[in-house]
Design a protein around this ligand. Structure first.
Ligand code: TNX
Length: 530
């Protein structure tokens, strides 16, 4: 009894599980269709992997790395022969379902097939889940899985501006994302408290904007009393390394350069690009700040230079330009901004933000990219090709879809992982309100109020991790896992396969996989579930 939810020892599914559900191996996210068959396949040190073309060989190599890490078995790649595990690119498999795959397990061998490499990779992840987390040899029941994701955008955001992470920590996150079949890593790299991208043309971004002085004892050397700044940015080489590492795992890295608000760190380094012209410190406080970009040609030249650098580093079609929480007080108070508005015939500051974002959208589109922003970019009208990330709820997403924009749902009350996951006293610091495992699981990204023709604008969903309160990688992992497992199922599995009780029954196997990979997941949800 190795793999079935029924023998996972977690009977906490409140009697809701049916016989049919129990028969499902402990896969997360649940596949679109699974048919059990007779017999089982034994995977051990003698099992060979067969792969013909280069794409299939790459996937076989990724699979070998995963089973090596979890089961301690290093399967060899073979060119021909029978039995074992065969990886095949086959154009006839799921031609209408991008990222889909077919997995057939029989006593005599396993076949993983897909029409493209991404699909084949997800088939390999499923097979790996069937074999893990058992240490050593494993047996998987014979079955046939036909699977493809419900959504094309299965995202996770990390804020590296408030607190940042090492390259290795980010790689760990990318590994975990791939094992959950998530495919978009939204990387929040700029904010009031820090600039984290190396831009050689503007050295003060690294020398000034990448450092803040923490308040209190943390900001002083205890021996000398000297200021001890919190500094860091990712070099271009590190960014390229992360983008390549993600691409090998079929993850797109979408960078965010937040504007016209959340720019206090930039203005600290280059006050001429701020709307008032004064020089603030890089902020060491959380919450909404006042500093906004100026709107003159010099400022746009700076923004475009930086976007050019960003586009050179990140091949992603989407470039996120923030647009959130830009309170307009500074624009109202700034004589030079007001003069520019008169010159342009712009009536108010909301219209100015709309003009600003549209201008940036045109710039990106001229380079073959697309603008993505938080739902405030809808205010005052939005460039037609722009995509909206709905965070203040789902209303922005509904309005955007009705106006013909593509949408990614990321509502604060359901998908913000910086919120506490339980009321337990053992929760590390976080925002006072809660987003529970179940809140994430039960979130439905496609609002019923949208008419069917507009529903196709919902590209998918993502969960966001803001790091004001998350100083260490341990705390970040606690916040991500296991809620990321719930996100993955909502993002991948067909709506009618989602069942929270059944998910809970499959979760212990997922937690064991986390432990096998050294992921420090939260225990607090299980204190509450019993
Ligand atoms: C709002 S979500 C923000 C972030 C904060 C977050 C804290 C969004 C687009 N802006 O700047 O970190 O709340 O939960």
């Amino acid at each position: 009894c190795l793999l079935l939810a029924a023998c996972s020892g977690h009977a906490g599914s409140a009697g809701e599980t049916t016989a049919e559900v129990v028969a499902l191996p402990a896969l997360i996210p649940a596949p679109a269709s699974l048919q059990p068959a007779e017999g089982s396949f034994r995977f051990d040190g003698d099992t060979r992997l067969h792969a013909g073309d280069p794409a299939a060989r790459r996937v076989a190599a990724s699979f070998a790395r995963m089973v090596q890490a979890s089961n301690g078995i290093a399967p060899a790649l073979a060119d021909g022969g029978e039995g074992g595990v065969r990886f095949e690119i086959d154009p006839a498999v799921s031609p209408d379902a991008p990222e889909g795959y077919l997995l057939e397990v029989a006593a005599g061998g396993v076949r993983v097939a897909a029409s493209d490499e991404r699909g084949l990779f997800y088939g390999a992840v499923t097979l790996w889940q069937l074999l893990s987390p058992a240490a050593g040899d494993a047996r998987t029941p014979a079955l046939r899985i036909e699977d493809a994701p419900r959504f094309a955008w299965r995202g996770l955001m990390l804020d590296s501006a408030r607190h940042f992470q090492s390259v290795d920590e980010i790689k760990q996150l990318l590994d975990a994302m791939a094992r959950h079949k998530l495919n978009v890593f939204h990387w929040h790299l700029t904010d009031d408290q820090g600039w984290r991208i190396e831009i050689p043309k503007y050295p003060r971004l690294m020398d000034v904007a990448a450092c803040r002085i923490p308040a209190g004892d943390a900001g002083r050397d205890p021996a000398t009393g000297e200021p001890r700044p919190y500094c860091g940015y990712y070099t271009r080489a590190q960014i390229r390394e992360i983008v390549a590492y993600a691409a090998q795992r079929h993850i797109t890295v979408v960078p965010e350069f937040d504007m016209p608000g959340h720019v206090q760190a930039v203005v600290a380094a280059y006050p001429q690009y701020g709307s008032l012209g004064d020089t603030p410190p890089v902020s060491n406080e959380w919450g909404v700040h006042q500093y906004l970009f100026n709107v003159d040609e010099d400022t746009f030249a700076f923004i475009e230079d930086v976007l050019d650098e960003i586009m050179a580093l990140f091949p992603s079609t989407y470039i996120h330009v923030g647009g959130d929480e830009a309170v307009k007080d500074q624009w109202e108070a700034s004589p030079r901004v007001q003069a520019r508005m008169r010159e342009l015939g712009i009536a108010d500051e909301t219209a100015l933000q709309s003009w600003f974002i549209k201008r940036v959208a045109r710039y990106l589109e001229g380079k073959g990219r697309r603008l993505l922003g938080w739902d405030e970019i809808l205010d005052g009208g939005l460039a037609p090709q722009a995509t909206v990330m709905s965070w203040r709820g789902i209303e922005g997403g509904i309005a955007a879809a009705r106006a013909g924009h593509d949408v990614v749902m990321a509502p604060v009350d359901r998908l913000y992982l910086d919120y506490l996951q339980t009321g337990s006293a053992n929760e590390p610091p976080g925002r006072p309100s809660q987003v529970t495992l179940r809140d994430v699981y039960d979130f439905e990204p496609v609002p019923e109020v949208l008419d069917p023709a507009r529903r196709r604008h919902i590209l998918g969903l993502q969960a966001n991790l803001w790091t004001e309160h998350l100083r260490t990688w341990d705390r970040m992992q606690h916040a991500y896992f296991p809620r990321v497992a719930a996100l993955a199922e909502t993002a991948w599995s067909p709506a009618d396969r989602r069942n929270y009780a059944d998910f809970l029954a499959r979760l212990p196997a997922q937690l064991a996989r986390y432990r096998a990979f050294g992921i420090a997941h939260a225990q607090t949800p299980f204190e509450v579930l019993g």
